[in-house]
Design a protein around this ligand. Structure first.
Ligand code: PEP
Ligand code: MN
Length: 340
């Protein structure tokens, strides 16, 4: 259930609703949206009915929402959430671009990538230190050394950093080095990891699993929100398809579908969906046209020598061109690129 208070409701009206929920064994989660308060009711078997809540002073309405996610539900914050990564707001009107290599490989490679994407117009640097590779014989990332290099790249360029965390035990170390924790597609339903990032004070970029429904993705987000971390950004990155011409099948429809269901910001990763650098710009343009709040794009200074995902990596020059194109699409929709 989600309780929407009247705009005229007083603080003690809100407090009465919260205590009524808690006395009956539920947990109340308060959100201020515009000038109205919204209260999410969490917990199983809460002994309170919508009728009892709607009769309390100051309550505008009580809505039954899909039981499986409430805090992620659009009703909880109807105007949409803005989640800041460092000082860059994701969500709202401006478009945000995250870019960088698939994997951190060396100091020189990361700095060249970081400077290249910053000049091309990126706001946030991406790069994996812990890599969830399909084969155990592929490059697995530099681990803690990669985190150190990311922190150095952040200091050198001023760009906030997003990087993947794969294990609950690494959350603290990754959160120290980075501004945003990425949960990869393969870990979207790793509930211990979701709980662990939910206890962090860093924003979380939650990628959609490669065969996950939109509802499963939102329930994964709910795990994080239910732990108290309100800063979740969703990322569509393509689903397992049947046609080998692309690596995955970009679900462009997931953008407006998720937009309807949730208040969380939604970005798109055209790189892993395409798996092929020539196709990345078209998917990026489509994502922005469909209403995404931004993109995460793989860029490498020398894609042909990349230790992971080279075929889908853009050069910094190609990235700058992509930025011009998506900026034009965004402008046509009244959504300019975020200006620092
Ligand atoms: C990545 O961002 O490099 C990555 C591994 O993505 P995904 O989890 O979407 O496959
Ligand atoms: Mn990659």
């Amino acid at each position: 259930m989600v309780v929407t208070m009247r705009r005229s409701a007083q603080a003690d009206d809100v407090a009465r609703v919260v205590s009524t929920i808690e006395v009956s064994g539920g947990t109340a989660r308060l959100s201020r949206t515009g000038s109205a308060a919204v209260i999410g009711v969490l917990g199983e078997g809460v002994g309170i009915t919508p009728e009892a809540l709607v009769s309390l002073p100051g309550v505008e309405r009580v809505t039954a929402v899909d039981k499986s996610y409430r805090l992620a539900h659009r009703l909880f914050r109807p105007e949409g959430s803005v989640v800041a990564i460092g000082d860059v707001p994701v969500g709202g009107n401006g478009l945000v671009l995250m870019a960088g290599p698939c994997a951190v490989e060396s100091e020189a490679q990361l700095l060249a990538a970081a400077q290249g994407v910053r000049e091309g117009g990126a706001h946030i640097l991406r790069g994996g230190a812990f890599k969830p590779r399909t084969s155990p014989y592929s490059f697995q990332g530099l681990g803690r050394e990669g985190l150190r290099l990311l922190a150095a790249a952040r200091a050198a360029t001023g760009m906030p950093v997003v990087t993947e965390v794969m294990e609950p035990s690494e959350v603290e170390a990754v959160a120290e080095a980075a501004d945003c924790l990425q949960v990869g597609a393969r870990n979207m339903q790793n509930t211990p990891l979701l709980r662990a990032v939910g206890q962090s004070d860093r924003p979380v970029l939650l990628k959609r699993g490669l065969a996950a429904t939109v509802d499963e993705w939102l329930q994964a987000a709910e795990y994080i929100l239910a732990q108290g971390n309100e800063r979740v950004i969703l990322c569509e990155r393509g689903l397992r398809g049947f046609d080998g011409h692309t690596r995955f099948l970009l679900d462009v429809s997931a953008v407006p579908v998720a937009r309807r269901l949730t208040h969380l910001p939604i970005i798109v990763d055209p790189s892993h969906a395409a798996g092929d650098r020539e196709l990345v710009p078209a998917l990026a343009r489509a994502a922005i046209a469909a209403g995404a709040d931004g993109l995460i794009v793989e860029v490498h200074p020398t894609p042909d020598t990349a230790l992971s995902d080279g075929p889908q990596a853009l050069t910094p020059t190609a990235f700058a061109h992509l930025v011009e194109e998506v900026s034009a699409v965004g402008a046509a929709l009244g959504r300019p690129l975020h200006q620092a």
